[in-house]
Structures are given as C-alpha cells and as structure tokens.
Ligand binder design. Sequence first.
Ligand code: SAM
Length: 422
Amino acid sequence: MVLYKVAAEILQKVDEKKGSIKTLSIESKYKNIKQLYALVVETLKYKSVLEEIIVTTKLLQGTHISKHEALVLAYDYLFGRGVQCGGRYKKIIHSRKSQLNSALTLIKVKRKVKSNRELIAENCKATFQLPKYLRINTLLTNKEDVLEYFRKKGYTFVSPGVASEIQKKEYMIDGDIPNLLIFHHSTDLHNDRLYKMGEIIFQDKASCMPAYVLSPKPGSFVIDACAAPGNKTSHLASLMSNNGKIFAFDINVQRLSVMDSMLLKAGVLCCESQARDFLKVNHDDPRYSKATHILLDPSCSGSGIAGRLNKLTDDDNSNSEKRIESLSNFQLKVLNHALQFPKVSKLVYSTCSVHEEENEGVVKRALDENQNFQLSSAMPGWGNRGIASAEFPDGSKCIRCDPETNATNGFFVALFERKSSE
Ligand code: SAM
C-alpha cells in the first residue's frame, strides 16, 4: 500500500515539475529506494499506454483513487509484479481485472505488437537500452574471480568491442576503464550474490571516469566535495586500495546516509563522511589542508540523464535558462572554492549535464579566475572531446560522453592541474 502511495505522490510531483525522480525517491523516506525508483521509472515508460487503459476501463470512476495511483496500480498489475498489497487497492484492481486485461490486449492488437516491451514509447527506448555497466569492486574481489563467476553462471565472454552491440547472456571487459564489465541492457543482476555482497557495483561507464581520471595513488589525501550517494567515492577508495584518506562531504543528510550504507557494503575503510556544505569547509583547516586531490561532482541540471527522462516526464524544467545560469554560478563558486586548497595538485570537475554553460563554460571561468591552474588532457585516447571554441580552445582537453556515440549517459569531465612553477 505504502509503496504505491509514495510512488503515486512522486509521479504527481514529477508532473508538477517539483523535482527529479531520483531526488524525490531519496527524499521520500520510503526505505527501499531502489524498489520505489524502479516502480516510478517503469510506470513512466508505459505512461501513454496506461493513460489510454485508465480511460477505456474508466478506472477512476467510482474508485476514489487519483490518476497517479491508477497509473502505478495498473502498471504493476499489467506489466510489473502483480498488485502486491491487500486492502482497497487490491479490491479495486481485482474488480477491474478483466477490463484491464482486455484493454491491454486491444492496444497490442491495434499497435500490432506481440510483447509488452514493444509498447514502450520510442523515445524511452534509447534511455533504457544503454548497456549495463558493472564495476568490479577490487576492495572485495578481483577481476579474474568475477569473470570466472559469470562464466560459470552461463554468460559467454566476448572480447572487447562495441558496447551497444553486446547480446543477451554475453559479457565483455570495457576497453577504457579498468575493472568495468559490460552486459546486455536487459541483464538484471540486482539479486545476484556478488551485487548483494558489494563485490560488483552498478555504475555507468561515464560516471567511472572522474575517479579514474583523478587516479589518486594509495596513500593519497583526497576530498570528494559533493559525494553522495557515493559511487565515485567507493571507486576512489578502490583505486587507493583503501590506503590513504578520503574526506567525503555532502550537504544532504539523507543522501549521505544512503552513501554511508553503500560505502559500508563496498568495504570502504579509508573514508570519513561528513554532512557539510563544502563551501563552508575551510581550506586552511589543518584537517583538510593536506588534500592533494579533489573530486568535484556538484549538483547539475542532470540533462545528460534527465534530458532523456525529461522525454518521459515532459519535464523541461531542468533545462530552463534561468536554472542553468543559477546552477553554473553555483558550480563555479564551488570549483573556485576547491581550487583554493593549498596543497591540491589535481582536481577533477564533472557533471552529468550536456549544457556547455555548466561544463566548458564553468571550466573556462574557473581557469580565468585561478591562473595558478591549467587544464590537462583527460584520457587523451578518448574520442569524444569537450567543445573547443575560439575563446576556449582548451575545451577539447575535456571529455564528453553521450548515449549515441559512447553508449553511456551524457557526461562531462575536466582535469585541472596546478602549474608546476607553484
Ligand atoms: N558524486 C556523487 C556520486 O558519484 O555518487 C554524485 C553527486 S551529485 C551529482 C551532487 C551532490 O552534491 C548531491 O548529493 C548534493 O546533495 C551535493 N551538494 C550540493 N551542494 C553541496 C554543497 N554546497 N556542499 C556539499 N554537497 C553539496
């Protein structure tokens, strides 16, 4: 009952453009965030079909449920796990079972499709058909054991190739990021033992790039300035073999507690997390002034990910000019602050935004204001480069990722290094 209620509330807020699905799920206080998030996203994939079904079955008439409750209930009954609750919701769905089934059959006949998945709107398919990327958590296991484990489970190892062409029941090693495996998009390993034990971590390839580009050696002193929910923090700890120190800050207490559980599960021992506004972390404070590496992955419009979710939610709010301007001002402020730490030699700035203003724009402004730093070429062998312009030719030293070219989320990474004369 509670799951459906909370999911319906989130769907309503998404419609009213009151936030992203991810943030709303985390903030909802519903304990199984993953289950909640999956229900909302899956419902949205089928939204147009579900709306048609709700109208033809007159599901809202005489049932006293809202449109958003109807959407999640109809989704779970027709496409999900079947309605998993008792009480009022179960009664409503049971009393309309035959109408719901007939309405779905009719739609499939009309659209000449055989499977339910074919009903997912075209614009959603690209979003959800990125390959599944799994990062091997080298703090708890190693590549050889994981490769052997999946071989024994019946997966066929294929040599590194084009990620988007991977087939069901195949897996490959990524050619760019060490310890990253690629599976077909339909692969579901949420119940897999290795996932439950924290030995493998679902992490989009692009989101593995910041820690990989920063590459702190074991023993380093690192700050992860905007860290939650912590995938990049755990990647940093892996690269450091749990040896050294990571201070992970995040302003959002709830997200930080999700991160703490995640880091515990991943066997991260070298990290101290703090619920703090990074802008208020003093660079002269002896606890932090020793930091040599900073990873800065601040809040952004999420247009690299949400841009595609926007197509599902009709939410163009995240792209409004005013919002981008205010985000880029925040990003510059936090980047300027990070560059003030006296011992920092390397800093990686990243976003999951596709907007130049939040990416090359922020980097250029920061370089203008911090002339003791320069941009270095991040992963020079990576083909998809940042936008270079007459005013900012160094833009091409940055990395860009996008779904069409790279089979990843839209992403941006820049590597700052202190000039050697410093
Ligand atoms: N790096 C994270 C990861 O890989 O899991 C994702 C970080 S997310 C893009 C941005 C984070 O910045 C959010 O968790 C947000 O709460 C946090 N944030 C925003 N403003 C902040 C501030 N002033 N100080 C610290 N954290 C902040």
